[in-house]
Design a protein around this ligand. Structure first.
Ligand SMILES: NC(=O)c1ccc[n+]([C@@H]2O[C@H](COP(=O)([O-])OP(=O)(O)OC[C@H]3O[C@@H](n4cnc5c(N)ncnc54)[C@H](O)[C@@H]3O)[C@@H](O)[C@H]2O)c1
Length: 318
């Protein structure tokens, strides 16, 4: 493979929930001008994106990705552009197009320009056939289109590694809880929305049942996991590097509401499940991240109480 155009970093889908936090962390790590943010949307009003270079970029345009990488001396791409589960199930064709087509475009650019790639997967790769505590090698049989696109993304990553030597790494992110950007249309959005409602009106109508238990993680932990995986020496990473289960939290919607009630007097939550309950029910309650822990030595810092404290103080600061 040829040398990459440079050492700079490109983030696709940078205006989204993860991109907003990851961009900030990458710019602290590499320097403002070394990290190029991109999204299909314009950056107006997004202070973090506007602090450094930003380009409008549709991830379905392979030639444009290549041009941006050459023009900006990019060597590593964090590929976050995607449609999430709830949005994706409403428009399955667009979900396949953006999630699978976008990943192919980025991997093609990586093959052409010798780029290193982070391409996230999701716990949505699992379906009802997987055990409720899903292992790294549990069967991948999702019942959502979004989940299918993530299984395909992991397969594409392996293919480009085996056939073309592209270094592609990924994490099966659980539901991510953060306050800097709104959640992007996923099934686990309730775990973010609940904080804004608690601090706003003091009431939340939750769209899943109180006993819904899912794997979750505070965003700061997801960002350190991502950076740790990307910094790990290649030799330490085994066959799962395109989609690692990682150690994370596991709590029910009711446990989350109770933890918030202990801190915000008078907060109330009722439950009115909608179609997203079906997606949540098809996913595991928790995942085993011991292979990731062993191969690249990462574990989360925030437990449920610490995450709730951090969310309340983050939102309160504005
Ligand atoms: N947030 C979570 O809880 C979570 C959990 C598991 C996996 N993930 C995965 O992490 C990645 C990022 O998720 P997120 O929560 O930041 O999503 P998000 O919806 O908040 O952001 C996605 C961004 O992609 C952009 N985008 C959409 N189509 C595009 C296109 N054609 N070209 C360029 N940009 C486009 C959107 O404008 C948006 O800013 C996705 O792959 C998602 O599947 C997220």
């Amino acid at each position: 493979m040829s040398d990459p155009p440079g050492d700079n970093v490109l983030v696709t889908g940078a205006l989204g929930q993860i991109g907003t936090d990851l961009l900030e962390a990458l710019r602290i790590k590499h320097g403002l001008s070394s990290v190029i943010a991109s999204d299909i949307r314009h950056s107006e009003g997004n202070k973090i994106a506007e602090d450094g270079p930003f380009v409008v970029l549709d991830v379905l345009e392979t030639e444009e990705i290549i041009r941006v990488c050459i023009d900006h001396g990019v060597g590593t791409v964090y590929h976050l552009a995607a449609l999430l589960s709830a949005t994706g199930e409403r428009d399955p064709d667009l979900c396949r197009k953006v999630n699978v087509g976008g990943t192919v475009s980025v991997l093609e650019a990586a093959k052409e320009c010798s780029l290193k790639v982070f391409s996230p997967s999701s716990i949505a790769v699992f379906g009802p056939d997987a055990p409720k505590h899903a292992l790294q090698d549990s069967i991948l049989n999702p019942t959502t289109v979004y989940g299918e696109t993530k299984v395909t993304g992991e397969a594409l990553a392996k293919d480009y590694r085996n056939k073309y030597g592209v270094d592609v790494r990924g994490i099966r992110y659980p539901g991510l809880i953060s306050y800097k950007a709104p959640a992007g249309g996923g099934t686990t959005d309730y775990a973010v929305e609940i904080f804004h409602s608690a601090l706003g009106s003091g009431h939340y109508q939750c769209f899943v049942r109180p006993d819904t238990r899912l794997p979750m993680l505070y965003m700061e932990d997801a960002i350190t996991a991502t950076l740790t995986l990307m910094d790990a020496p290649s030799e330490s990473l085994g066959i799962w590097k395109a989609g690692y289960n990682i150690p994370c939290l596991s709590f029910t919607a009711k446990e989350l509401a109770e933890a918030i009630s202990r801190r915000i007097e008078g907060f109330s939550c009722d439950y009115s499940p909608d179609v997203r309950q079906r997606y949540a029910d098809s996913w595991p309650d928790s995942i085993d991240g011991s292979i990731a822990h062993r191969e690249w030595d990462w574990s989360p810092n925030f437990d449920l109480d610490e995450m709730v404290d951090a969310m309340i103080s983050g939102i309160s600061r504005g």
